[in-house]
Design a protein around this ligand. Sequence first.
Ligand code: NAP
Ligand code: HSE
Length: 332
Amino acid sequence: MLGEPPRPVRVGVLGAGTVGAALLRLMARHPHLEATAALVRDPDRPRDLGPRPVRVTTDPDVVLDGADVVVELLGGVDRPTELMAAAAARGARLVTANKAALAERWDVWGPWVRAGRVGLEAAVMAGTPVVGPLAGALRGSRLRSLEALLNGTCGYLIGRLEAGVAFDDAVAEAQRLGYAEADPALDVDGIDAAHKLTVIARLCADPDLAWSDVRPTVRGVRGLTPDAVRAEVAAGRRVRLVAALEPDGAGGWRTSVEPRSVPADHPLALLGDGRGALVYRGDAVGEVWIAGPGAGAEATASAVLGDVLDAAAGRPGPTPIAERVWSATTPS
Ligand code: NAP
Ligand code: HSE
C-alpha cells in the first residue's frame, strides 16, 4: 500500500516588498514549499507575487500559524525581532535577511543563531555566499584580517559618481533598482555596512562583539562628489566604502567602516565595480576573494530561498565562532 504523500513545508513570509515578493516568485519553482501568507502594511498595493496565489494580510498570526519556517523580510529592528520571537516560540525555523536586527538585537537573536535555528546568508552580500564560508570552510584557518565592500548601494553610487552623476540622483537610482534600504541614510552613512560587518565578525572573530563597539567606528560616503572620485581614478586609484576587521595591536580586533582610496590593483578595486566583495586573510589558507551581487531583489531572494530549502530539509543554520579569536599583534 502506498503511504501518504509528504505534506508540503509551510513557509510564513513576513514582508512582501522588494525581497519578499521576489522570494515568493522563486518559491513557486518548488512545489513542496507552500506559503502560509505574506505580511504587509498595505494589502491593496499591487505586487507581483508569482504564479501561485498567496494570501496577503496585515495580521501576523495568519502568517505564523502553522508555519514550519518563518522568513523575515520586513526591515527595521524591534518589530521584526518581536515577530520572530513569536515564531520561535511556536517552534518554527527562522530565516532572515535583516542584518540590522541581527546586529542590534543580538541579545535576542544570538541564542537562536547559536542553536543553529536561523538562516541568515542573505543578510550579508545578498546572494553571494559569505556567511556559509565564514561559518564553515574558512574556520580551518585563523583569521588575520578581513576587508569587504558590504553595501551594494554605496558600490553603485560610487560608480555613478565616477560617471559624473550627482550624489542625490545616484541615490534615487539605487532606490529605484531596489538596492537601498527603506531609509537610504542607513546605506550612505555606512550603518548598513557596519551591521553586516558586525554579523560576520561574530562568525569568525568574536561571538560577543557588541554593536555599541562597532557603531562609533563608522563613516559613510555622504559628501563624496563626482570630482573627488574622478580625481582618484585619474591618479590610478579607486574610492571604496571599506568595512574592515583588523588586529588592534593588543591581541583583539578593531572594526571600521570608511571610504578609502585604494590602488587600482587592490582586490577591492578590481572586484568592487557595482559588486559586493570580501577579502579574507587566514594563516593557513592565505588570501581568499569572494565577490558577486551584494543587493537587489532576485539576488537576495536566491540566498533566502537557499536558507528556506536548508531549513525545510532540517539542515542547521550557521553558528558563530565558539570563542573569541586572539589576533596576531601585527597584520601579516
Ligand atoms: P521593502 O521593499 O521595504 O519591503 C518591506 C516589506 O515589509 C513590505 O512588504 C512592507 O509592507 C512590509 N512591512 C514593513 N514593515 C511592516 C510592518 N510593521 N508590518 C507589516 N508589514 C511591514 O524592503 P526590502 O528591500 O524587501 O528589504 C527587506 C529586508 O531585507 C530588510 O531587512 C533589508 O535590509 C533586507 N535586505 C534587502 C536587500 C535588498 O537588496 N533590497 C538585500 C539584502 C537584505 P508594504 O509592502 O505594505 O509596505
Ligand atoms: N541596502 C543594502 C545594500 C541591501 O545596498 O547593500 C543589501 O543588503
